[in-house]
Design a protein around this ligand. Structure first.
Ligand code: UDP
Length: 280
């Protein structure tokens, strides 16, 4: 017995293609239909390092809108380092846990800024916060978040994990697993992948095309913090590190192009390196 007659399916999920998932409308050139993008607070500040640069946010928002228009389901975890980082703020009379809550509130400001600009572009967007803030954001409810994605709405996750002493990288790893993302994209500022030393300081630094989770941990490479990385490794969540400043990068990753650095399992890394050596 069918629980939902076919003609009712469209009524139950208005806005989604033929009553199905938004991702079902993706063309054959789309290899990743559900992505989680981590945007650091620094990225929101542009060259100013602090506060919000609306031009920069508009550029992210237009890229996100373009990728969504290809039928991709997009969730975003935003950082807050452009306003407050808990560890740096603590100590000057403010208790550390309190400073971390301030950091989480900072991520809500970034989430609302991004939502405002996405909506101005006509892209539907919901903000879900891990800290209760019902006047401005929905509470984080996993099943509701996935329903928004299925309907083609961009979901911005704010307030990290909701717990002090964690980071928004950990929130990104957690949410990517929870929503069943195909890939976690770590969007960096002015760095196009993972290097053996800082390319902005050492021009001879070498870029890695692909690394296993174990190699990143062993060599203490800068991808994300250890808690986030361990979680991603346990759940075999592929991570792509790329430069968000280059327009079109998110779209390329969605198409399956090998840009930036892939961090994944031994088999996935070996397959990518084989492909690269075969094509050179
Ligand atoms: N934070 C926290 N718990 C979380 C996520 C973030 O306490 O689950 C606090 C922490 O103090 C952190 C700040 O929020 O320094 C801003 O987040 P993060 O440093 O990860 O932002 P980003 O570096 O990505 O801008």
């Amino acid at each position: 017995m069918e629980l939902v007659p076919p003609d009712m399916a469209a009524v139950l999920s208005p806005g989604s293609p033929a009553g199905g998932r938004w991702g079902d409308s993706a063309g054959p050139d789309v290899r990743r239909t559900r992505i989680l993008l981590k945007l650091s607070g620094e990225a929101f500040a542009g060259d100013q390092c602090q506060g919000l640069d609306q031009d920069v946010i508009s550029r992210f928002a237009s890229e996100v809108s373009e990728v969504r228009a290809r039928g991709v389901e997009i969730a975003i975890v935003v950082g807050g380092g452009n306003f407050v980082r808990g560890a740096a703020t603590a100590g000057s009379g403010i208790e550390e846990a309190q400073a971390h809550y301030m950091g989480m509130l900072a991520t809500v400001i970034n989430a609302l800024a991004l939502q405002g600009i996405l909506e101005r572009l006509g892209t539907p967007c919901r903000v879900q916060s891990a800290l209760q803030m019902q006047a401005v954001a929905e509470p984080f409810i996993r099943r509701r978040a996935t329903r928004h994605l299925e309907k083609g709405r961009v979901v911005v996750f704010a307030a990290g994990t909701g717990n002090p002493y964690f980071t928004t990288d950990t929130a990104a790893a957690l949410r990517a697993t929870e929503i069943g993302a195909d890939v976690l994209i770590m969007a960096k500022n002015r760095v196009d992948g993972v290097y053996d030393s800082d390319p902005n300081i050492y021009p001879t630094a070498n870029k890695y095309h692909a690394l296993t989770y174990e190699e990143v941990i062993r060599d203490r490479l800068k991808v994300m913090d250890l808690t986030a990385l361990t979680h991603s490794m346990q759940h075999q969540m592929p991570i792509v590190v790329c430069d968000i400043g280059v327009h079109g990068n998110i779209s390329r990753i969605v198409s399956g192009e090998d840009i930036g650095t892939l961090v994944s399992t031994r088999d996935a890394v070996a397959a990518l390196l084989d492909r690269i050596s075969g094509s050179s």
